[in-house]
Design a protein around this ligand. Structure first.
Ligand code: COA
Length: 388
């Protein structure tokens, strides 16, 4: 990698939830205007745009997203590209924007994410989401995403003795954190009993182990080191951007109880940033189902494989724990507008590193890691952000 550093200089986000008053384009326009205002730039300063959106055609009847977003943001004319990697579309858009600046081609680039999922019934949303799995071997056979993650949960429980209580503690923590996040879909606490007794979705996973179906958008503005230093006293730096892949179909994986794409992306990211696991102060990870947070902290190296449940049960992943995970409330509490999630993680990490996260602020946050997964782990994008 060359020495041209890349910074986040502006962030913007809509509220997440069932947003009946917003159209697809309203969502990204609102998040974009907030980010431009936060960056203190003009629209004409923006040289390129990447937008992550998983399935706007099936969720909102709209394709051709790059040009649409440029047009509605008043940026018509600039190069604008839609990026798709299922639920990791946002993370991948961030990476493309990062690479655009890193290459020396541009100084100010936008990375956005947008999804409008609640305009179709749940069954149709599930069908759209299953496009992220293997059509031939999974979707066509009738399996859904909750069921794929249920298979991983069962394997983890069998292999390591992980308990449903431990998996449920992830949901309890993330709902607790989401109370303090003004953007979150579910700003209420749930007890362990409520999680364990919630309606079954795909055994052993229950309603309160699942992320919801969500509308929402988030935007970040990236700048080259020269521009960032001109525009901001304390920009937030992206010190690593790593991407790894695995097979789409679960049955082709070496193991169901770990995600090799996460392990691989994390190794690359630590090497790029020149840091070790112990240097990281907080994580925003992809808990689309609560078992996924356990797989994430294990794959990212915060404990041995099989010990993620114990770490969670001991409270080490709480905001005031040794390694806070998902202070935003995660996908479970904050919501999961699929193509937006990776960008919303960057927004949260920026707020944390600026010290602007209010009641969910992680103490002395200097370095944060964000991890965004596509499908059941076929894509994993990891970024490391820091203050200095
Ligand atoms: N967590 C907590 N509450 C939820 C919820 C969730 N994940 N999903 C829905 N609810 C609540 C709703 O707010 C609503 O509450 P109310 O009655 O107080 O208004 C109630 O449950 C019923 O909502 P509804 O929209 O009818 O739920 P549903 O049965 O249609 O959908 C799921 C529930 C779990 C099937 C759906 O949220 C889902 O598919 N989640 C997974 C999404 C996914 O796969 N994402 C990609 C990951 S890779």
């Amino acid at each position: 990698m060359n020495e041209n550093r890349v910074a986040i200089i502006g962030i913007g986000m809509t509220k997440f939830g069932e947003l009946w008053d917003y159209s697809y384009r309203d969502l990204i326009t609102e998040a974009g205007i907030k980010a431009i205002t936060d960056a203190g730039i003009e629209g004409e300063d923006i040289q390129e745009l990447y937008v992550g959106s998983m399935s706007p055609g099936l969720f909102a009847g709209q394709e051709h997203i790059g040009a649409l977003v440029a047009d509605y943001s008043g940026l018509s004319g600039i190069p604008a590209t839609r990026v798709e990697a299922a639920c990791a579309s946002g993370g991948l858009a961030l990476r493309q924007a990062f690479l655009s600046i890193k290459s020396g081609r541009n100084d100010i680039v936008v990375a956005g994410g947008v999804e409008k999922m609640t305009d179709v019934p749940t069954g149709a949303a599930m069908m759209a989401l299953m496009g992220a799995g293997d059509e031939q071997w999974e979707a066509f056979q009738g399996i859904t995403f909750p069921a794929l993650y249920a298979l991983m949960a069962r394997r983890h429980m069998k292999e390591y003795g992980t308990t449903l209580e431990q998996i449920s503690e992830v949901s309890v923590k993330n709902h607790y954190n989401a109370q303090f996040n003004e953007y979150a879909q579910f700003r209420f606490e749930v007890s362990l009993e409520e999680v364990m007794d919630s309606p079954p979705v795909a055994e052993p996973l229950r309603l309160l182990h699942c992320s919801p179906i969500t509308d929402g958008s988030a935007v970040v503005i990236l700048a080259s080191e020269k521009k960032a230093r001109e525009l901001k006293d304390e920009p937030i730096w992206i010190s690593a951007s790593a991407l790894a892949t695995d097979s789409l179909a679960l049955h082709d994986r070496k193991s169901l109880s770990r995600m090799d794409s996460v392990i691989l992306a994390a190794k690359k990211a630590y090497k790029q940033a020149g840091i070790e696991v112990k240097d990281i102060d907080f994580l925003e990870v992809h808990d689309c189902f609560s078992i996924a947070e356990i797989l994430a902290i294990e794959g990212l190296g915060f404990c041995k494989l099989g010990e993620g449940g114990i770490l969670t049960e001991e409270g080490q992943t709480k905001i005031d724990g040794d390694i806070p995970v998902n202070p935003s409330g995660g996908l479970k509490g904050k919501g999961h507008p699929v193509g937006t999630t990776g960008i919303s993680q960057a927004v949260e990490a920026t707020l944390q590193l600026r010290g602007e996260a209010g009641k969910r602020q992680v103490k002395d946050a200097e370095i944060g890691l964000i991890q965004n997964v596509g499908g059941s782990g076929a894509t994993c994008v990891v970024h490391i952000l820091s203050r200095g």
